[in-house]
Design a binder for this molecule. Structure first.
Ligand code: FAD
Length: 405
């Protein structure tokens, strides 16, 4: 490969560009993104950035000068409109002449976009979602002390925003149609602890109730049971969908995302897909799917950069992610798709809490709340596949070192 084009200058795309150089790739690298900024990290957008505790420079993956120094052509504020696989070109939005950017290898790193709510008023411009720095700026400007935030959907991003809003002196009400928070992503035991912490902070959580409509200007939320919540700010946090339109239009195999193999290669050998938009193998679980997390963006960026630059393929990693809410530091390793039971370790004295998910005597996932040792030890056990003893896992006085031995 001589010329690599990367579509999407987010966490995965920005990392892939840097890794190509790190792995010795000498050809042209062009990184094209439709946001008007250099690649940045999204996790702080619902945490430190929203609370006003981080400046914009600290959000950037790398300083702007890095791309010049590494001879990476960074094109910002420009969307790719189409992929022409026959001509091996990407067509840009701003190019009226139809000219394009040629590639030998193409990396799709287009991420995901916030899902919208299909109810009357759901498309009102005053109704916010949180995905980009621009979204976070809009939200932050409206989270003035005393403002009433109604958050629709109790996923990680939304709950983090609720925690940040209370730190800013706002009130927050969470509306969740399922019967508990984090119903798609966390175990009931963990979700209960997180919900309880929100309760302590004064956040009202309404579960098992849907949204019928949002009032004009986002001034209120009408619930399916007839109640109305007055609001100054309405934030919809009902998940994200893969940004895979370019791939679909180009005829690449897609499911809920662009289907790739362990090298991040799509159904076209010269096209790769990484990060949130990729439907990727989960080798440790004999399964596949999409993962929306920074570690998955980094891992798949590594796979594509290695395949393109001829470096050895990186070994499979245990999937993981984190979330910060109030004084709670959550770290989750592994997937509990095939687990058949749970072992809970709780330490009342220190507030350490972990839920271990097992299949037979093998650990498949761990949810660790303020419990970094349990997270790290759990991650090692998942990777090694060594049998574990329930009694040791459950006992907070036994160190994770002793459990993993
Ligand atoms: P993105 O970072 O979304 O980048 C994709 C980029 O491609 C975007 O800039 C998009 O505008 C651009 N693009 C799309 N289509 C085109 C096109 N046609 N032409 C040009 N450009 C295009 N993960 C964690 O592990 N821990 C956390 O605590 C955490 N917190 C989060 C908090 C928030 C508020 C959000 C939104 C996400 C959080 N995540 C977290 C998830 C994590 O940020 C994502 O998994 C990660 O950003 C994925 O990287 P990506 O490069 O695949 O996608």
């Amino acid at each position: 490969f001589e010329r690599v084009v990367i579509i999407g200058a987010g966490h995965a795309g920005g990392t892939a560009a840097a890794l190509l150089r790190q792995m010795g790739f000498k050809g042209q690298v062009t990184l094209i993104g439709d946001e008007p900024v250099c690649p940045y990290q999204r996790p702080p957008l619902s945490k430190a950035w929203l609370k006003g505790e981080a400046d914009s420079d600290s959000l950037l993956l790398r300083p702007e000068s890095f791309y010049r120094e590494q001879d990476i052509e960074l094109v910002t504020g420009v969307a790719v409109r189409a992929i022409d696989r026959e001509a091996r070109m990407v067509r840009l939005d701003r190019s009226r002449s139809g000219a394009g950017v040629p590639y030998d290898a193409l990396i799709l790193a287009t991420g995901s976009r916030a899902r919208t709510l299909p109810v009357p008023g759901g498309d009102d411009p005053a109704v916010l979602t949180l995905r980009t720095m621009a979204d976070a700026d809009r939200l932050k400007a409206r989270l003035t002390p005393g403002a009433r935030l109604v958050l629709i959907g109790a996923g990680y991003v939304g709950l983090e925003a609720a925690a940040s809003a209370t730190a800013l002196g706002c009130t927050a009400t969470v509306v969740e149609v399922q019967d508990r928070v984090l119903s798609r992503t966390a175990s009931p035991a963990l979700a209960e602890r997180i919900a309880a912490r929100h309760g302590q902070a004064g956040v009202e959580i309404l579960t098992g109730v849907g949204v019928a409509a949002i009032r004009p200007g986002g001034t209120g939320v009408e619930l399916s049971d007839g109640r109305v919540l007055e609001a100054d700010v309405v934030l919809v946090g009902v998940g994200a969908v893969a940004e895979d339109r370019l791939a679909r239009d180009a005829g690449l195999t897609c499911r809920d995302g662009v289907v790739v193999n362990a090298e991040a290669r799509t159904s076209d050998d010269d096209i790769f897909a990484i990060g949130d938009c990729a439907w990727r193998p989960w080798p440790l679980y004999g399964s596949a799917g999409r993962l929306e997390s920074v570690p998955s963006a980094l891992e798949t960026a590594k796979q594509a950069a290695a395949a393109i630059s001829g470096a050895p393929p990186p070994p499979p990693e245990v999937p993981w992610f984190w979330s910060d809410q109030y004084d709670l530091k959550l770290q989750v390793a592994g997937l509990f798709i095939d687990a058949d039971r749970q072992v809970i370790r709780r330490d009342a004295a220190t507030d350490r809490f972990a839920v271990f998910h097992l299949k037979g005597d093998r650990l498949r996932a761990v949810e660790a709340l303020n419990a970094p040792q349990e997270f790290m030890g759990g991650r090692l056990l998942i990777a090694s596949g060594k049998p574990v003893d329930d009694a040791l896992l459950a006992d907070p006085t036994v160190s994770m070192k002793a459990v993993t031995k």
